[in-house]
Design a protein around this ligand. Structure first.
Ligand code: HEC
Length: 422
């Protein structure tokens, strides 16, 4: 994955924000689609096999309907399934460029597995055209590859979300860490919830409603899809909490909680819609059910993204500083530096510090007074920062020349003294 580092450029703070938004959008396309492809293929293969045992024509029809519904068609499959993942890999390589990260390795492997899986799944889907000769094996192989692709995908996302706290234990043993397993289970169970919702929505709403399905088959499909969705959504709250418990405290923020609560609320709405569909069938509610599940997934994606941006703040700030330097060079402002402490401060420190409020680093008005009369110590700290306050990440070395450090320290000390005398 070294080549990704070569194409990665430092990004300005605004670009980094934009990359986070793009990730949300991309994952919002990718995760529901890939979930439905996985859940749908599993169910389709299951009912295809069941047909042989029960000799029930409904099973065959259901099996075909499901796989045709969730995989849409091969082109859409590649556009929704592979392009977003590739883009996500490129975005992560920008976000994490300043540090080594196994996230890209996992996502890269999952991409390859998805490519293979898609080929089998679409072979399986297309084999339904040749009546009586469905290629069940392709379906099964596709499921196995999808399973592992999703697993590696969960691992890659876990590394990103737990960026600060990730203790690499080797590529394989990390796959079995509780974090990865919990997030993987979450993905699998929500995959079945989404698939169930998609089947109800697709068969009863999109395809022109129940009128088009014959009554017997309609009842069959409705009952099965309801059961699948209900079982999955009943398990989900458990995994919501497990997922919350494993998020490290330092990465939690009010926003993360807010989205998790919205997610649970949407799940609660989904229960109500399920009940309405069950009690007195209405096609409109299949759409509401599907969208509440879809947006529930969106809340998870957003809260993940918030955790990621919380935990990559420092590396993002470094990128932003490097970006400013490159920009200054490009503009021809990178010549011999006039040693103005304030200017150096604006470029090298202001991304993380303010005098009165906490940014990435502590407010200077709080931490600098202890250096009054000890300028040398502060200079030493800036030249080679050591870990001080456990509530903050360590400060990276700003890489200033000795005379620049002196200028910036003079500036900081005099500003803080001024602030104290106010
Ligand atoms: C990438 C972000 C970042 C940049 C850039 C940065 N700092 Fe920091 N700074 C931090 C963090 C985080 C801490 C808290 C470290 C700790 O407590 O271990 C910190 C702590 C400090 C402290 C407090 C040390 C103490 O004894 O408590 C001072 C003073 C300081 N920085 C000054 C500067 C100056 C001056 C610059 C510019 C040359 C600068 N910082 C650039 C993130 C940054």
């Amino acid at each position: 994955m070294e080549f990704l580092k070569d194409i990665a450029l430092p990004q300005s703070a605004e670009h980094i924000q934009l990359l986070h938004y793009m990730l949300i959008l991309i994952l919002f396309l990718f995760i529901p689609f890939i979930s439905a492809v996985f859940g749908g293929t599993v169910l389709s293969v299951y009912y295809k096999k069941k047909e042989k045992i029960d000799l029930d024509e409904n099973c065959r029809k259901f099996s075909q309907d499901i796989v045709e519904l969730v995989t849409i068609n091969k082109n859409v499959g590649f556009i929704l399934g592979l392009v977003p993942l590739l883009t996500a890999i490129l975005i992560f390589s920008q976000l994490f460029q300043s540090s080594e990260n196994s996230n890209l390795i996992y996502l890269g492997i999952s991409f390859i597995l998805f490519v293979i899986a898609f080929n089998f799944v679409y072979d399986y889907r297309n084999s339904f055209k040749y009546l009586g000769n469905v290629d069940l094996n392709s379906g099964k192989i596709g499921i196995v590859f999808l399973f592992f692709a999703l697993w590696f995908f969960s691992a890659g996302m876990s590394v990103a979300v737990f960026y600060d706290h990730w203790k690499p234990e080797g590529i394989i043993s990390s796959l079995f860490s509780s974090i990865v397993i919990i997030r993987f289970l979450f993905l699998l169970v929500s995959a079945f919830a989404i698939t169930g919702g998609a089947i109800l929505f697709g068969l009863f709403y999109l395809d022109g409603g129940k009128g088009k399905l014959d009554k017997n088959y309609g009842e069959f499909a409705k009952a099965k899809a309801l059961k699948i969705t209900f079982t999955a959504t009943i398990i989900l709250p458990l995994l919501f909490f497990a997922n919350l418990i494993i998020i490290p405290g330092t990465s939690l923020s009010g926003g993360v909680f807010a989205y998790i609560i919205i997610g649970l609320f949407l799940l609660f709405l989904a229960y109500n819609f399920l009940y309405v569909i069950f009690a007195r069938f209405s096609t409109k509610f299949t759409a509401l059910l599907f969208f509440s599940l879809l947006f529930m997934v969106l809340t998870i994606i957003i809260s993940d993204q918030l955790v990621i941006s919380n935990s990559t703040k420092v590396s993002s700030a470094i990128l932003a500083v490097q970006y400013d330097e490159i920009l200054a060079d490009l503009k021809g402002e990178g010549g011999p530096v006039e040693l103005n402490g304030e200017e150096i401060y604006q470029v090298r420190c202001a991304a993380c510090h303010k005098f009165d409020v906490k940014l990435v680093g502590p407010p200077h008005n709080e931490v600098v007074p202890k250096y009054f009369g000890k300028e040398k110590e502060l200079i030493a700290y800036i030249r080679n920062p050591s870990k001080i306050d456990p509530n903050y990440p360590p400060m990276p070395n700003p890489g200033l020349k000795p005379n620049e450090v002196k200028a910036v320290v003079d500036y900081v000390l005099s500003r803080v003294k001024e602030n104290m005398n106010k």
